[in-house]
Design a protein around this ligand. Structure first.
Ligand code: KG4
Ligand code: ZN
Length: 343
């Protein structure tokens, strides 16, 4: 049995896991920085990398301690080195290289986006490839054709904001805490989804695989400050009753989910692929999960979506490293980070 240590520091979660080549998870630790970034309304890259630096060794220590695995008995060290925040990626990569060198074990590179889709395989125990991969997170909103676990072709992505970014920014306008996705979802409970008719961008362009969320974000802003207004939306929102915040949150969430689900269905039709895997933090959203389940079931498509704790950043999805381990795809210690690159 081979055991791989996986390390994840692409954004603001410091995470490590131990997985076997049979996909058994021996241990997993995720240290979230949400509380530290909350007062800024979003991830501050410099803060994120400094905190990764403080936490990376305790997190790795803890995963070995909790699993009872002996560090000298592992067979490889894997790390997400792309895409992500440069300063954050560098901390994970440095830790992984040091361990690989000190232990004399091979180093494996993980593409964070591919790992998000791989979470579907880990959680279902079924090989979903080939499939379309929808990645909806704070940094990405893209659809890939995934021939297998490590060969992805980009079919289309967002023209502007990532959907998670839109959730985070709208939450800030409504004075809801970071991360915005879970806050909006909570605030939307009991709200009227049709109180405001926010835009569902690009749905009328059925042939185009892509997304756009900046118009939706601006529509929420104007709903608060008036059309073309330049006032501070958070100050306006602070004076609104909770029922009105719930209506805005519910209407925004519904529009974002409709755009995601609608454009994804169009991509399924256009590509002719009948299996869909969804990954990334926004895939934890209950409303999205319900709607994507309904429409894919209606079309008889196969849907794979990981449980919410495997949608947000974690190191268990780094089990994709097993695919590279089995193929002997190892890296030299010259491996660098690729913040914006998709391989
Ligand atoms: O995948 P992830 O943990 O990190 C990135 O790779 O970006 O995704 C984080 C994003 C944040 O924008 C967060 O607001 C969003 O996922 N998110 C959600 C929910 N949980 C996290 N968005 C909507 N509903 C949720 N329940
Ligand atoms: Zn992610």
């Amino acid at each position: 049995m081979a055991v791989v240590l996986t390390i994840e520091t692409t954004c603001d979660e410091t995470a490590a896991a131990l997985v076997t080549d049979e996909f058994v998870v021996l241990g997993s630790v995720v240290a979230s920085q949400d509380k530290l970034h909350e007062r800024y309304g979003g991830v501050v890259p410099e803060v994120a990398s400094r905190v990764h630096f403080e936490r990376i060794l305790p997190v790795i220590d803890l995963v070995f301690f909790e699993s009872g695995v002996n560090i000298f008995s592992i067979d490889a060290v894997a790390v997400a080195n792309m895409p992500g925040l440069a300063g954050s990626l560098l901390v994970g990569l440095s830790a992984a290289k040091s361990l690989a060198l000190a232990l004399g074990k091979p180093l494996i590179a993980i593409n964070h986006l591919q790992a998000h889709i791989y979470a579907c395989k880990i959680s279902s125990g079924v090989d979903p490839f080939p499939c379309l991969g929808l990645i909806i997170s704070g940094g990405h909103t893209s659809i890939y054709y995934c021939a297998d676990a490590i060969n992805f072709e980009l079919l289309g992505g967002t023209m502007d904001d990532a959907v998670g970014e839109a959730f985070d920014k709208v939450a800030a306008m409504l004075n809801l805490p970071y991360p915005g996705g879970p806050s909006i979802e909570r605030a939307a409970v009991g709200g009227d989804v049709s109180a405001y008719n926010f835009p569902r961008s690009l749905l009328n362009e059925s042939d185009r695989i892509g997304f756009s969320f900046s118009g939706l974000k601006t529509a929420v802003r104007y709903c608060l400050v008036g059309n073309g207004g330049s006032g501070n939306p958070a100050e306006v929102a602070a004076k609104l009753p909770n029922t009105e915040i719930a209506n805005i949150a519910a209407s925004f969430q519904e529009a974002a989910v409709d755009a995601l689900v609608g454009k994804t269905l169009q991509a399924m039709t256009k590509s002719g692929v009948r299996t869909l895997c969804v990954g990334g933090g926004v895939a934890a959203n209950g409303r999205f999960r319900k709607k994507i389940q309904e429409v894919t079931q209606k079309q008889n498509y196969n849907l794979f979506i990981a449980p919410p704790n495997l949608c947000t950043d974690n190191a268990i999805m780094g089990a994709i490293a097993i695919e590279r381990y089995k193929r002997g795809l190892f890296e030299s210690l010259d491996l660098n980070v690729s913040p914006g690159l998709i391989r």
